[in-house]
Design a protein around this ligand. Structure first.
Ligand code: NI
Length: 275
C-alpha cells in the first residue's frame, strides 16, 4: 500500500498530465520562493453503492483520514463529504462528491450504469485503487458525452475522465508573498491564466470564513469513438481560510462557493471567453 505522501504524489502526477497549466502555476509560485501547500483535493463519482463516495473514501480512511463534513448541492444534484486527517493538519483535506443518479432522466441513469458503474468490477471498487483508476472503460463516445452533458456537465466530465483528482487546491494562507486571494487572482491573470468568473472570480467572503477561486478547465483534445474533440479538462483551485470566533481557521466547505466551483469544468466557461 502506498503511504499518504506517495498517494498524493501519484495523484498530482496524474492530474498534471491532464492539466499542464496547474504545473505551470505551481512552478510560478515556486519561482517566487513559495512552497505550495494543498488545501484540499477533490474527486467525483456516482451515488451507486458500488462506487459511491464512501467507497472512494476508503483509501484515505485506511491512511488515517476521517469524515469531517457532509454537503448537499440541490442545484447540481450532488452530495459530498470531506475528509480530514486528525493527526496531521498539514495534509490536504479530501473532498469527494457524487452525482445523485435518481434525480436525472432514465436515459442518463441507464447510460451511466451501462458505461461507468457496470464496467467497474467489485474488486476494483473495494481494493481502494479506484480513486486513481482513471477511466477503466474503453474509448468514450462523443455522442454519449453530449447527451450526458446536456443534463449534467459533471456527468459528462466523469464519463471522459473517470476516477482521478478533479482539482488540487493551493492554500493561499500558506503563501508568504500574497496577502489575499484577490492578490493571487491578479497574479494569475497577469501571467495569462483564465479564472472561473461564474458568480464573480472570488467565491465566498470572510463572513463565511472561506474564499475560493479557480482556473477554468482548459480545452484539450480527447479521442472519442467518432474522432478527436476539444473538451474541458481538470482545473486548479485557490482557497483562503479565515478565523472563526474561536480564533481557529475554518476548515469546512461552503455549499454556495462549491456550487460555482463545480462549473469550472463546464463548456460554458469557454463560450463566455469567446463572446
Ligand atoms: Ni475544491
Amino acid at each position: 500500500m502506498m503511504n499518504v505522501n506517495e498517494l498524493f504524489s501519484f495523484l498530482w502526477k496524474d492530474f498534471v498530465k491532464e492539466t499542464p497549466s496547474a504545473e505551470r502555476i505551481k512552478e510560478l509560485f515556486e519561482s517566487r520562493g513559495e512552497e505550495v501547500i494543498n488545501d484540499h483535493i477533490a474527486f467525483r463519482t456516482i451515488n451507486d453503492p458500488k462506487i459511491c463516495k464512501e467507497v472512494m473514501a476508503k483509501v484515505f480512511m485506511d491512511l488515517g483520514y476521517e469524515v469531517a463534513g457532509d454537503y448537499h448541492f440541490a442545484e447540481k444534484h450532488l452530495n459530498a463529504i470531506h475528509l480530514a486527517h486528525p493527526e496531521n493538519a498539514d495534509l490536504p483535506k479530501v473532498f469527494i462528491s457524487e452525482l445523485i443518479l435518481e434525480d436525472f432522466s432514465t436515459e442518463l441513469q441507464d447510460t451511466l450504469r451501462r458505461e461507468v458503474v457496470d464496467v467497474i468490477t467489485e474488486r476494483m471498487a473495494f481494493n481502494g485503487n479506484l480513486i486513481f483508476g482513471g477511466r477503466p472503460w474503453l474509448m468514450p463516445s462523443y455522442e454519449t458525452y453530449q447527451s450526458l452533458r446536456t443534463e449534467s456537465e459533471y456527468a459528462g466530465w466523469l464519463y471522459i475522465y473517470g476516477f482521478r483528482a478533479n482539482h488540487f487546491t493551493v492554500s493561499v494562507n500558506h503563501l508568504n508573498g500574497f496577502n489575499s486571494i484577490e492578490e493571487v487572482n491578479e497574479f494569475l491573470k497577469e501571467n495569462g491564466h483564465t479564472l472561473n468568473a461564474s458568480g464573480g472570480e472570488v467565491k465566498g467572503t470572510a463572513e463565511v470564513f472561506l474564499k475560493q477561486s479557480s482556473t477554468t478547465a482548459e480545452l484539450v483534445k480527447q479521442a472519442f469513438i467518432e474522432g478527436v474533440y476539444e473538451v474541458p479538462t481538470c482545473f486548479y483551485e485557490f482557497a483562503e481560510r479565515f478565523p472563526m470566533e474561536n480564533g481557529e481557521l475554518f476548515q469546512g466547505f461552503i455549499a454556495d462557493n462549491a456550487n460555482k466551483i463545480f462549473e469550472s469544468t463546464d463548456m460554458k466557461m469557454h463560450d463566455t471567453v469567446k463572446n
